[in-house]
Write a new protein. Structure first.
Length: 255
């Protein structure tokens, strides 16, 4: 590999086209640059590690944040149910992002009764403490999405004004279908319109399908994993499908 510095009398495209005619060159591409988030930032925050965040500029984070902080600032925060192995709700960058029961009382929907409104739950031990096991998969993911802004700590979340409803369904080694269904039902009863479920399996279950379908009938979004192997799942054979991603339900977003 060689790095070629060009004179600016010619454009980049002209130089590339000229060098392509050289049979000794296999291929040629510009020396593309990637930037830290801070290089394109036009919003000032005091989060100490924000300059180490990458890719937020590619999702127009600053524009989205400014929109939310402006015309949408009086809207209720988006609540997402995290169906996984728990969230460290004591984390300094997450504690303010956890959904609280008091917020539920501010809702205007008459069909949501106050006693059914909770901020989190542990469906493994059946208590109100969904802390993670020895691995912190969803604390990590929750941190990226909901980390507090302007608290002088760590990073900026993609949606720092959103709220987390942590629903723990994994024990130290496995996830039971029963716990999953209970968590989905919990989200329905607590009027949580988005579920994020980072799990998959090679088998389908009718009870799982029916639970997600019930969630669909409320016109709510169910986000699931598309495996971890960088494979186009749309090209898979019937026997290679993974679930719940492959259920033919309109509310499933497979990522």
């Amino acid at each position: 590999m060689a790095l070629v510095e060009i004179k600016w009398e010619k454009s980049m495209d002209e130089v590339i086209e000229s060098l392509k005619r050289n049979s000794n060159i296999e291929y040629i591409e510009p020396n593309y640059l990637r930037y830290f988030f801070s290089s394109n930032e036009n919003l000032s925050t005091d989060d100490t590690h924000k300059g180490e965040q990458r890719s937020l500029e590619y999702i127009d984070w600053v524009d989205a944040y400014n929109l939310y902080s402006g015309v949408l600032k009086n809207q209720q925060p988006v609540v997402v149910a995290v169906v996984d192995n728990g969230v460290n709700y004591n984390h300094v960058d997450l504690s303010s992002s956890m959904r609280s029961p008091e917020e539920c009382a501010l809702r205007s929907w008459e069909d949501v009764v106050s006693w059914s409104c909770n901020h989190w739950y542990n469906f493994v031990w059946w208590d109100g403490f969904p802390l993670p096991n020895q691995w912190n998969h969803w604390t990590h993911v929750a941190w990226i999405v909901w980390a507090a802004i302007n608290n002088g700590k760590w990073i900026v979340g993609i949606n720092p004004h959103g709220k987390i409803a942590a629903l723990k369904v994994w024990n130290s080694t496995s996830l039971s279908t029963y716990a999953e269904i209970q968590a989905i039902d919990f989200a329905i009863n607590n009027w949580i319109k988005i579920i994020n479920a980072s799990f998959w399996a090679y088998w389908s279950w009718k009870v799982e399908y029916n639970a997600i379908k019930a969630y669909q009938e409320s016109w709510w979004l169910f986000i699931v994993a598309a495996w971890n192997e960088t494979i186009n799942i749309d090209s898979w054979d019937e026997g290679d499908l993974i679930y719940p991603c492959a259920y033919e339900l309109d509310n499933i977003l497979c990522v």
